[in-house]
Design a protein around this ligand. Structure first.
Ligand code: ATP
Ligand code: MG
Length: 224
């Protein structure tokens, strides 16, 4: 029987839902490519000669800095998106749920002020965040589809996680039982294993940076 029988109704529903949908996640990554928007997913091939914010940010004048040698990139701007709910706020970024107007593709958009980035001299850190996250492909790591910028902000387009932060779920429904906890730990360990094999360390693993995707899948985020 379900392990949640003696819990409060709200908790029981959530746990039952998690429990019933629980599957050991497959080790094979199954990249589900979103339609259309992949055309801007060229970050993995962008190599900046020098880590200079201008390489990432000041491309309003020429679109060339956003194009890789092999691929012409469709330039995007914030008008290509319909803005929905604000999903969260970080130190420098606000994150919104957005819909790409042409494809109808739903994603999360993180907007960061260039002024803040420059003020705190975070240019290199942002470049690193973008480059790292764009190059990763694992079912338990939030995908970064691309980025663009305008005069004021840098925007990152990410996979949307409908169930938000593990932190909030812990607050409202924790502590989790062994089944849920082990499923979450397994997925986090799998993602960390993937990162460490690539000699990448996350350095900020915490429940706020662990998001819950569809089917209660764990997604690591925030590689800044
Ligand atoms: P900090 O450095 O303070 O942790 P940050 O500026 O790097 O924050 P993120 O941690 O990336 O910003 O995002 C802030 C919050 O926005 C997250 O904690 C989460 O609540 C929400 N959020 C971020 N990305 C997504 C996403 N892809 N889907 C849904 N919600 C998200
Ligand atoms: Mg964060």
């Amino acid at each position: 029987s379900s392990p949640a029988a003696s819990l409060s109704p709200v908790k029981r529903d959530l746990i039952n839902n998690l429990y019933n949908n629980y599957k050991i996640p497959s080790r094979e990554s199954s990249p589900v490519k979103p339609p259309q928007i992949t055309s801007i997913n060229t970050l993995g091939t962008v190599h900046h000669e020098k880590s200079n914010i201008n390489n990432v940010v000041d491309t309003t004048k020429s679109s060339h800095s956003l194009t890789s040698p092999t691929m012409k990139i469709k330039s995007m701007n914030k008008d290509d998106f319909e803005f929905g709910l604000k999903l969260g706020k970080g130190k420098f970024g606000k994150v919104y749920c957005v819909k790409e107007k042409k494809s109808g593709f739903i994603c999360a958009l993180k907007a960061m002020n260039k002024k803040d980035i420059e003020h705190y001299r975070l240019e290199r850190q942002i470049i690193r965040e973008v480059e790292i996250q764009a190059s990763l492909n694992h079912p338990n790591i939030a995908k970064l589809y691309g980025y663009f910028h305008d005069e004021k902000r840098v925007y990152m387009i990410m996979e949307y996680m409908p169930h938000g932060e593990l932190y909030k779920l812990l607050e409202s429904h924790g502590p989790f039982n062994d089944i849920i906890a082990s499923s979450f730990v397994y997925q986090i360990a799998d993602a960390l294993d993937y990162l460490h094999q690539r000699r990448i360390i996350h350095r900020d693993i915490k429940p706020e940076n662990i998001l819950i995707g569809p089917n209660n899948q764990i997604k690591l985020t925030d590689f800044g």
